[in-house]
Design a protein around this ligand. Structure first.
Ligand SMILES: CCCCCCCCCCCC/C=C/CC(=O)SCCNC(=O)CCNC(=O)[C@H](O)C(C)(C)COP(=O)(O)OP(=O)(O)OC[C@H]1O[C@@H](n2cnc3c(N)ncnc32)[C@H](O)[C@@H]1OP(=O)(O)O
Length: 282
Protein backbone atom coordinates (compact mmCIF):
# COMPACT_ATOMS: atom_id res chain seq x y z
CA UNK A 1 0.00 0.00 0.00
CA UNK A 2 1.38 3.38 -0.95
CA UNK A 3 0.30 6.08 1.46
CA UNK A 4 0.18 8.91 -1.01
CA UNK A 5 0.76 9.22 -4.71
CA UNK A 6 3.99 10.53 -6.09
CA UNK A 7 3.53 13.47 -8.35
CA UNK A 8 6.38 14.82 -10.37
CA UNK A 9 4.90 16.76 -13.28
CA UNK A 10 6.60 15.92 -16.60
CA UNK A 11 8.64 13.22 -14.94
CA UNK A 12 6.68 10.19 -15.95
CA UNK A 13 9.62 7.83 -16.16
CA UNK A 14 10.82 8.78 -12.75
CA UNK A 15 7.34 8.41 -11.29
CA UNK A 16 7.06 4.92 -12.72
CA UNK A 17 10.48 4.06 -11.42
CA UNK A 18 9.49 5.32 -7.97
CA UNK A 19 6.17 3.55 -7.97
CA UNK A 20 7.82 0.30 -8.94
CA UNK A 21 10.31 0.69 -6.14
CA UNK A 22 7.65 1.64 -3.66
CA UNK A 23 5.06 -0.98 -4.48
CA UNK A 24 6.26 -3.21 -1.65
CA UNK A 25 7.12 -0.33 0.67
CA UNK A 26 4.93 1.27 3.27
CA UNK A 27 6.86 3.53 5.63
CA UNK A 28 7.58 6.68 3.67
CA UNK A 29 5.86 8.65 1.00
CA UNK A 30 7.12 11.33 -1.36
CA UNK A 31 5.07 14.13 -2.84
CA UNK A 32 5.85 17.37 -4.62
CA UNK A 33 4.10 20.11 -2.65
CA UNK A 34 5.32 23.12 -4.59
CA UNK A 35 7.39 23.31 -7.77
CA UNK A 36 10.84 22.07 -6.80
CA UNK A 37 9.87 21.19 -3.22
CA UNK A 38 9.27 17.58 -2.15
CA UNK A 39 7.92 16.28 1.13
CA UNK A 40 9.42 13.04 2.35
CA UNK A 41 7.00 11.84 5.00
CA UNK A 42 7.85 9.13 7.49
CA UNK A 43 5.06 6.87 8.60
CA UNK A 44 6.14 3.82 10.54
CA UNK A 45 3.91 3.53 13.62
CA UNK A 46 4.11 3.64 16.48
CA UNK A 47 7.24 5.84 16.65
CA UNK A 48 9.08 5.86 13.28
CA UNK A 49 11.87 3.75 14.73
CA UNK A 50 14.49 3.05 12.08
CA UNK A 51 14.41 -0.66 11.35
CA UNK A 52 16.47 -2.24 8.58
CA UNK A 53 13.63 -2.00 6.07
CA UNK A 54 12.74 1.55 7.09
CA UNK A 55 16.35 2.73 6.66
CA UNK A 56 16.50 1.05 3.24
CA UNK A 57 13.21 2.55 2.14
CA UNK A 58 14.10 6.06 3.22
CA UNK A 59 17.43 5.77 1.42
CA UNK A 60 15.80 4.52 -1.76
CA UNK A 61 13.38 7.42 -1.77
CA UNK A 62 16.17 9.91 -1.22
CA UNK A 63 18.21 8.35 -4.01
CA UNK A 64 15.28 8.68 -6.40
CA UNK A 65 14.82 12.33 -5.47
CA UNK A 66 18.56 12.98 -5.85
CA UNK A 67 18.27 11.98 -9.50
CA UNK A 68 15.29 14.22 -10.08
CA UNK A 69 16.73 17.52 -11.23
CA UNK A 70 13.36 19.26 -10.88
CA UNK A 71 13.47 18.90 -7.07
CA UNK A 72 15.83 21.22 -5.23
CA UNK A 73 14.41 21.24 -1.70
CA UNK A 74 13.46 18.28 0.47
CA UNK A 75 11.29 18.67 3.57
CA UNK A 76 11.67 15.68 5.89
CA UNK A 77 8.69 15.19 8.18
CA UNK A 78 6.65 12.64 10.07
CA UNK A 79 2.92 12.16 10.05
CA UNK A 80 2.87 10.48 13.47
CA UNK A 81 1.66 13.05 16.01
CA UNK A 82 4.27 13.97 18.61
CA UNK A 83 7.04 11.93 16.97
CA UNK A 84 9.68 12.81 14.40
CA UNK A 85 11.59 9.55 14.83
CA UNK A 86 12.43 7.46 17.93
CA UNK A 87 15.85 6.68 16.44
CA UNK A 88 17.14 3.24 15.61
CA UNK A 89 14.82 0.36 16.23
CA UNK A 90 16.27 -1.09 19.40
CA UNK A 91 14.94 -4.55 18.58
CA UNK A 92 17.39 -4.62 15.66
CA UNK A 93 20.27 -4.55 18.16
CA UNK A 94 19.34 -8.00 19.43
CA UNK A 95 19.52 -9.70 16.02
CA UNK A 96 22.17 -12.18 14.78
CA UNK A 97 25.47 -10.84 13.45
CA UNK A 98 24.66 -11.03 9.72
CA UNK A 99 21.49 -9.04 10.24
CA UNK A 100 23.30 -6.54 12.49
CA UNK A 101 25.79 -5.92 9.69
CA UNK A 102 23.04 -5.43 7.13
CA UNK A 103 21.20 -3.12 9.50
CA UNK A 104 24.20 -0.92 10.28
CA UNK A 105 25.18 -0.78 6.59
CA UNK A 106 21.67 0.47 5.78
CA UNK A 107 21.88 3.07 8.55
CA UNK A 108 25.27 4.26 7.26
CA UNK A 109 23.78 4.52 3.77
CA UNK A 110 20.88 6.59 5.08
CA UNK A 111 23.37 9.00 6.64
CA UNK A 112 25.21 9.27 3.30
CA UNK A 113 21.99 9.83 1.38
CA UNK A 114 20.68 12.51 3.71
CA UNK A 115 23.85 14.27 4.86
CA UNK A 116 25.27 14.06 1.32
CA UNK A 117 22.12 15.19 -0.52
CA UNK A 118 22.87 17.93 -3.04
CA UNK A 119 19.40 19.36 -2.49
CA UNK A 120 18.68 21.70 0.40
CA UNK A 121 17.06 19.68 3.18
CA UNK A 122 14.84 20.91 5.99
CA UNK A 123 13.83 18.80 9.00
CA UNK A 124 10.26 19.65 10.07
CA UNK A 125 10.04 18.25 13.58
CA UNK A 126 6.56 18.19 15.02
CA UNK A 127 7.67 15.85 17.79
CA UNK A 128 10.54 14.06 19.50
CA UNK A 129 13.80 13.18 17.82
CA UNK A 130 16.06 11.16 20.14
CA UNK A 131 19.35 9.52 19.06
CA UNK A 132 19.21 8.52 15.38
CA UNK A 133 16.04 10.62 15.10
CA UNK A 134 18.32 13.52 15.99
CA UNK A 135 20.80 12.23 13.38
CA UNK A 136 18.12 12.61 10.70
CA UNK A 137 17.62 16.21 11.78
CA UNK A 138 21.36 16.96 12.07
CA UNK A 139 21.87 15.63 8.55
CA UNK A 140 19.47 18.22 7.17
CA UNK A 141 20.62 21.76 6.36
CA UNK A 142 18.01 23.46 8.48
CA UNK A 143 15.91 22.35 11.44
CA UNK A 144 12.48 23.70 12.36
CA UNK A 145 11.09 22.22 15.57
CA UNK A 146 7.70 22.42 17.20
CA UNK A 147 7.46 24.77 20.17
CA UNK A 148 5.44 22.11 22.02
CA UNK A 149 7.42 21.45 25.21
CA UNK A 150 6.54 17.75 25.19
CA UNK A 151 8.90 17.24 22.24
CA UNK A 152 12.55 16.41 22.97
CA UNK A 153 15.68 16.19 20.86
CA UNK A 154 19.21 15.01 21.52
CA UNK A 155 21.63 12.10 21.64
CA UNK A 156 20.52 9.95 24.57
CA UNK A 157 22.51 6.82 23.65
CA UNK A 158 24.47 6.79 26.92
CA UNK A 159 21.20 6.19 28.80
CA UNK A 160 20.79 2.97 26.84
CA UNK A 161 24.28 1.83 27.84
CA UNK A 162 25.71 2.56 24.39
CA UNK A 163 27.42 5.49 22.67
CA UNK A 164 26.67 7.38 19.49
CA UNK A 165 28.92 6.35 16.59
CA UNK A 166 31.84 8.75 16.02
CA UNK A 167 30.31 10.35 12.92
CA UNK A 168 27.08 11.14 14.75
CA UNK A 169 29.01 12.55 17.69
CA UNK A 170 30.90 14.65 15.13
CA UNK A 171 27.63 15.98 13.69
CA UNK A 172 26.65 17.08 17.18
CA UNK A 173 30.03 18.78 17.71
CA UNK A 174 29.80 20.51 14.33
CA UNK A 175 26.36 21.81 15.23
CA UNK A 176 26.54 22.86 18.88
CA UNK A 177 30.29 23.03 19.51
CA UNK A 178 32.64 20.60 21.25
CA UNK A 179 31.99 21.40 24.90
CA UNK A 180 28.19 21.37 24.72
CA UNK A 181 28.34 18.19 22.64
CA UNK A 182 30.74 16.55 25.07
CA UNK A 183 28.45 17.22 28.02
CA UNK A 184 25.30 16.23 26.22
CA UNK A 185 26.82 13.01 24.85
CA UNK A 186 27.86 11.51 28.18
CA UNK A 187 24.81 12.80 29.99
CA UNK A 188 22.49 11.61 27.20
CA UNK A 189 20.62 14.91 27.38
CA UNK A 190 17.32 15.25 25.60
CA UNK A 191 16.55 18.93 25.13
CA UNK A 192 13.17 20.65 25.18
CA UNK A 193 12.58 22.94 22.18
CA UNK A 194 13.65 26.20 23.89
CA UNK A 195 16.86 24.57 25.16
CA UNK A 196 17.58 23.06 21.76
CA UNK A 197 17.19 26.48 20.18
CA UNK A 198 19.42 28.08 22.80
CA UNK A 199 22.34 25.71 22.07
CA UNK A 200 21.83 25.86 18.29
CA UNK A 201 20.70 22.25 17.96
CA UNK A 202 17.67 23.52 16.05
CA UNK A 203 17.40 26.68 13.99
CA UNK A 204 13.83 27.75 14.66
CA UNK A 205 10.80 26.89 16.75
CA UNK A 206 7.36 27.19 15.27
CA UNK A 207 3.91 26.04 16.26
CA UNK A 208 3.51 24.63 12.75
CA UNK A 209 6.90 23.40 11.51
CA UNK A 210 5.54 22.11 8.18
CA UNK A 211 3.97 25.43 7.28
CA UNK A 212 7.10 27.31 8.34
CA UNK A 213 9.42 24.95 6.43
CA UNK A 214 7.45 25.37 3.22
CA UNK A 215 7.43 29.14 3.67
CA UNK A 216 11.21 29.14 4.20
CA UNK A 217 11.74 26.88 1.20
CA UNK A 218 9.75 29.03 -1.20
CA UNK A 219 10.20 32.56 0.13
CA UNK A 220 13.83 32.30 1.15
CA UNK A 221 15.82 29.25 0.10
CA UNK A 222 14.61 28.97 -3.50
CA UNK A 223 15.69 32.58 -4.02
CA UNK A 224 19.30 31.49 -3.55
CA UNK A 225 20.54 29.90 -6.78
CA UNK A 226 20.39 26.15 -6.51
CA UNK A 227 23.96 25.54 -7.65
CA UNK A 228 25.24 28.01 -5.03
CA UNK A 229 23.39 26.18 -2.27
CA UNK A 230 24.72 22.84 -3.45
CA UNK A 231 28.29 24.14 -3.76
CA UNK A 232 28.15 25.67 -0.27
CA UNK A 233 27.06 22.31 1.11
CA UNK A 234 29.96 20.62 -0.60
CA UNK A 235 32.31 23.10 1.04
CA UNK A 236 31.14 22.25 4.54
CA UNK A 237 30.32 18.53 4.19
CA UNK A 238 32.69 17.02 1.64
CA UNK A 239 35.54 16.45 4.10
CA UNK A 240 33.29 14.67 6.61
CA UNK A 241 31.79 12.47 3.89
CA UNK A 242 35.18 11.53 2.49
CA UNK A 243 36.37 10.56 5.96
CA UNK A 244 33.19 8.60 6.54
CA UNK A 245 33.72 6.54 3.37
CA UNK A 246 37.28 5.80 4.43
CA UNK A 247 36.14 4.67 7.88
CA UNK A 248 32.91 2.96 6.86
CA UNK A 249 34.14 -0.64 7.19
CA UNK A 250 35.87 0.06 10.52
CA UNK A 251 32.71 1.74 11.76
CA UNK A 252 30.70 -1.37 10.87
CA UNK A 253 33.14 -3.62 12.74
CA UNK A 254 33.12 -1.28 15.77
CA UNK A 255 29.35 -1.38 15.86
CA UNK A 256 29.04 -5.15 15.66
CA UNK A 257 31.81 -5.75 18.21
CA UNK A 258 30.32 -3.21 20.60
CA UNK A 259 26.67 -4.12 20.35
CA UNK A 260 27.17 -7.88 20.68
CA UNK A 261 28.91 -7.59 24.06
CA UNK A 262 26.94 -9.39 26.77
CA UNK A 263 26.87 -6.34 29.03
CA UNK A 264 25.50 -4.16 26.22
CA UNK A 265 22.84 -6.71 25.27
CA UNK A 266 21.70 -6.96 28.90
CA UNK A 267 21.49 -3.18 29.14
CA UNK A 268 19.48 -2.93 25.90
CA UNK A 269 17.00 -5.59 26.99
CA UNK A 270 16.54 -3.68 30.25
CA UNK A 271 15.92 -0.47 28.32
CA UNK A 272 13.26 -2.12 26.15
CA UNK A 273 11.58 -3.40 29.32
CA UNK A 274 11.62 0.14 30.74
CA UNK A 275 9.90 1.43 27.61
CA UNK A 276 7.26 -1.31 27.83
CA UNK A 277 6.72 -0.65 31.56
CA UNK A 278 6.34 3.08 30.88
CA UNK A 279 3.71 2.31 28.27
CA UNK A 280 1.81 -0.02 30.59
CA UNK A 281 1.67 2.71 33.23
CA UNK A 282 -0.04 5.17 30.86
C1 LIG B 1 36.14 4.65 18.85
C2 LIG B 1 34.71 4.78 19.23
C3 LIG B 1 34.26 3.68 20.11
C4 LIG B 1 32.80 3.74 20.30
C5 LIG B 1 32.16 2.92 19.26
C6 LIG B 1 30.76 2.69 19.64
C7 LIG B 1 30.01 2.25 18.47
C8 LIG B 1 28.71 1.75 18.99
C9 LIG B 1 27.65 2.13 18.15
C10 LIG B 1 26.32 1.90 18.80
C11 LIG B 1 25.46 2.92 18.23
C12 LIG B 1 24.08 2.76 18.57
C13 LIG B 1 23.32 3.93 18.09
C14 LIG B 1 22.10 4.13 18.52
C15 LIG B 1 21.27 5.23 18.05
C16 LIG B 1 19.81 5.06 18.41
O1 LIG B 1 19.01 5.62 17.74
S1 LIG B 1 19.35 4.10 19.73
C17 LIG B 1 17.61 4.37 19.94
C18 LIG B 1 17.38 5.42 20.96
N1 LIG B 1 16.01 5.78 21.02
C19 LIG B 1 15.36 5.97 22.17
O2 LIG B 1 15.93 5.86 23.23
C20 LIG B 1 13.92 6.35 22.08
C21 LIG B 1 13.10 5.51 22.97
N2 LIG B 1 11.70 5.85 22.86
C22 LIG B 1 11.15 6.86 23.53
O3 LIG B 1 11.78 7.61 24.24
C23 LIG B 1 9.67 7.05 23.35
O4 LIG B 1 9.15 5.88 22.82
C24 LIG B 1 9.30 8.24 22.45
C25 LIG B 1 9.59 9.56 23.16
C26 LIG B 1 10.01 8.18 21.12
C27 LIG B 1 7.76 8.17 22.18
O5 LIG B 1 7.07 8.11 23.39
P1 LIG B 1 5.57 7.61 23.39
O6 LIG B 1 4.80 8.28 22.31
O7 LIG B 1 5.10 7.76 24.77
O8 LIG B 1 5.64 6.08 22.93
P2 LIG B 1 6.04 4.82 23.84
O9 LIG B 1 4.85 4.33 24.54
O10 LIG B 1 7.25 5.10 24.62
O11 LIG B 1 6.48 3.75 22.70
C28 LIG B 1 5.50 3.16 21.85
C29 LIG B 1 6.06 1.83 21.36
O12 LIG B 1 7.24 2.07 20.60
C30 LIG B 1 8.33 1.30 21.13
N3 LIG B 1 9.57 2.04 20.90
C31 LIG B 1 9.85 3.28 21.27
N4 LIG B 1 11.08 3.65 20.85
C32 LIG B 1 11.59 2.58 20.20
C33 LIG B 1 12.84 2.32 19.52
N5 LIG B 1 13.79 3.25 19.39
N6 LIG B 1 13.02 1.11 18.99
C34 LIG B 1 12.07 0.15 19.06
N7 LIG B 1 10.86 0.32 19.68
C35 LIG B 1 10.63 1.54 20.24
C36 LIG B 1 7.97 1.14 22.60
O13 LIG B 1 8.67 0.07 23.15
C37 LIG B 1 6.49 0.90 22.50
O14 LIG B 1 6.36 -0.43 22.00
P3 LIG B 1 5.12 -1.37 22.34
O15 LIG B 1 3.94 -0.69 21.75
O16 LIG B 1 5.09 -1.46 23.84
O17 LIG B 1 5.43 -2.66 21.68
Amino acid sequence: MIRSALSYPSKKNLVLQCLRRMSSLVSTSVSEVHPGVAHVTMHSPPVNSLSLSFCQELSQNLQVIHKDKSIDIILLQSDIPGIFSAGLDIKEFTQPKERLMEFWTAFQQLYIDLYGASQTTIACMEGSAPAAGCMLALSCDYRVMTSNTKAKIGLNESLLGIAAPPWLAQQMMDTVGSRVAELSLWRGTLYAPEQALAIGLVDELHENPRERALELAVAEFQKIPRQARAASKTLTRQKRLKHFHQERQADLEHFVNFITQDAVQTQLRGYLQQLAAKKNKK
